[in-house]
Design a protein. Structure first.
Length: 290
């Protein structure tokens, strides 16, 4: 068993930490809001540290799951309490947040300068998959480091895929999230359209869910839209952040993503209002009849 540190105990990081503990690893955690970490510590035997650096001291593996580029830079590279400088030589850093490829590559270079192995490992899935240890991991980094990470990744993975070099997994993660978000936005619009046109929304949703083009994931979203159940698994404001990263990254490489950009504007508009903390399915709330 390994000494594993988890930085960030949001919806995903907390579930990962619990699964590590249940798998028999010695788990130390840090969270920006200390009370969240303390609440988890006793039931699951987690050790709470006051800073990322303190959490990383003596760890074999440090896993980060935070909100964005800025938060990731802070937990890894803060001059006073960043985790990378506190890690032992040849320790393994695993970055599972959804970041831009540029941010990932910068973190990877910084880790290499300190003699720390670095793997990017963003995940596909949300709270139910994290609880079940059934996430899809997209891995980026050199083959040796990815291989070293496999036993840790497998605790929370239903499957994993080595995409390529550092930054490549982030590109794939942004593409996947962009594709899903654009489809959810489109289905939400169409449910609103048929409902406001006088059709029975329940019957319309049943028809849409039964189409050959409707994936199981979108069938689940349509069910949530029909029931108006928008408790967050993938909150609107995080969808907006990921779409913004996608559009910016596409611009950096000269790619045209007009559909993703349209979805970005829709989600950013919703994120600026009361739908901010709703599930991605809550994008439909702005289109449906009251």
């Amino acid at each position: 068993m390994s000494a594993v540190t988890v930085l960030g105990l949001g919806a995903m990081g907390s579930r990962m930490a619990i699964n590590f503990a249940r798998a028999g690893h010695e788990v130390t955690v840090w969270n920006r809001t200390l009370a969240v970490a303390e609440e988890l510590s006793a039931p699951f035997g987690l050790v709470v540290a006051p800073t990322p650096a303190a959490a990383a001291e003596g760890a074999d593996v440090v896993v980060a799951m935070v909100r964005d580029d800025e938060a990731a830079h802070g937990v890894w590279l803060h001059p006073d309490h960043g985790a990378l400088r506190a890690m032992r030589s040849e320790g393994l850093a695993i970055e599972s947040s959804t970041l831009t490829p540029g941010a990932v590559r910068h973190l990877g270079r910084s880790a290499a300068e300190l003699g720390v192995r670095f793997v990017e490992a963003p995940v596909v899935g949300s709270r139910p998959q994290a609880t079940a240890g059934a996430l899809l991991y997209l891995l980026g980094g050199d083959a040796d480091a990815v291989g070293a990470a496999s036993s840790i990744v497998d605790v929370n993975a239903g499957a994993s895929c080595h995409v390529g070099a550092l930054g490549d997994a982030s590109i794939m993660k942004l593409a996947i999230n962009g594709l899903f978000a654009a489809q959810v936005a489109a289905y939400g619009e169409m449910v609103g359209f048929v409902e406001r046109s006088g059709l029975d929304p329940a019957a319309a949703i049943e028809t849409l869910a039964g189409l050959p083009i409707t994936s199981p994931g979108l069938q689940r979203i349509l069910g949530l839209i029909g029931e108006r159940r928008f408790e967050p698994n993938f909150p609107v404001h995080l969808v907006a952040k990921d779409l913004s990263y996608l559009v910016d990254t596409a611009g950096d490489v000269g790619a045209s993503v007009p559909i993703a950009d349209s979805a970005r504007r829709v989600f950013e508009q919703r994120a600026a209002g009361p739908a901010r903390d709703l599930d991605i399915a809550g994008i439909a709330a702005g289109y449906r009849a009251p």
